[in-house]
Design a protein around this ligand. Structure first.
Ligand SMILES: CC(C)(COP(=O)(O)OP(=O)(O)OC[C@H]1O[C@@H](n2cnc3c(N)ncnc32)[C@H](O)[C@@H]1OP(=O)(O)O)[C@@H](O)C(=O)NCCC(=O)NCCS
Length: 159
């Protein structure tokens, strides 16, 4: 576990965020879209990044739709995974959700993305719906939701 510093992003973070994005998703967001988001706050998308010893090792992007915080992206550099970085970003998004008066968080995750699904399940997200052919490559998604506050499920070691 590493304890990261989490802060709001700005346009100067574009290159770091885009390289995390490229190393994390089969169909990464285009650089120009991320640039527009960071420069203009397009669609009110908020970006948070996680820093460890001056390295930006992960980020999240999210927005508010009525009383729901929608997680639109969450990614961690491969060499920093399984050290609690995404968990800390999720908890930071929950803080924003509380400030916004949201009652729940929601996101879409690829059907084959078992690792991310395990992460979300750990924080109390449940599969609300399967969305067939959700992605441009034809893969389905699960819409996952969690009521706030998040409840962390720690797996007990077998005795
Ligand atoms: C999914 C992702 C964001 C997780 O980031 P992370 O920083 O490694 O996650 P954490 O270390 O906070 O994981 C917390 C817990 O979630 C679960 N988990 C996370 N990744 C997992 C994986 N690949 N397989 C199984 N369980 C996983 C585990 O319970 C883990 O606890 P443990 O390491 O003590 O077993 C990261 O793997 C990633 O960037 N993947 C590519 C992009 C992606 O799929 N994003 C999600 C899009 S919806």
């Amino acid at each position: 576990m590493i304890t990261v510093n989490i802060r709001f992003c700005n346009i100067n973070d574009l290159e770091a965020l885009y390289s995390i994005e490229k190393s994390s998703h089969p169909a990464p967001w285009p650089r120009a879209i991320m640039q527009a988001d960071l420069a203009t706050g397009r669609n009110n998308i908020v970006y948070l990044c996680a820093e460890w010893q001056d390295v930006i090792c992960g980020f999240s992007a999210f927005s508010r739709k009525r009383r729901t915080l929608r997680v639109m992206n969450l990614a961690v550099l491969p060499e920093y995974r399984r050290q609690g970085v995404a968990s800390q970003l999720l908890l930071a998004m929950e803080e924003m959700a509380k400030l916004w008066g949201c009652k729940e968080m929601a996101l879409e995750v690829r059907e084959s993305n078992y690792g991310a699904q395990a992460l979300y399940a750990r924080f109390g997200f449940y599969k609300a719906r399967r969305l067939g052919r959700y992605y441009s490559d034809g893969e389905a998604a699960f819409l996952m939701k969690a009521r706030l506050p998040l409840r962390v499920h720690i797996q007990k070691n077998p005795t």
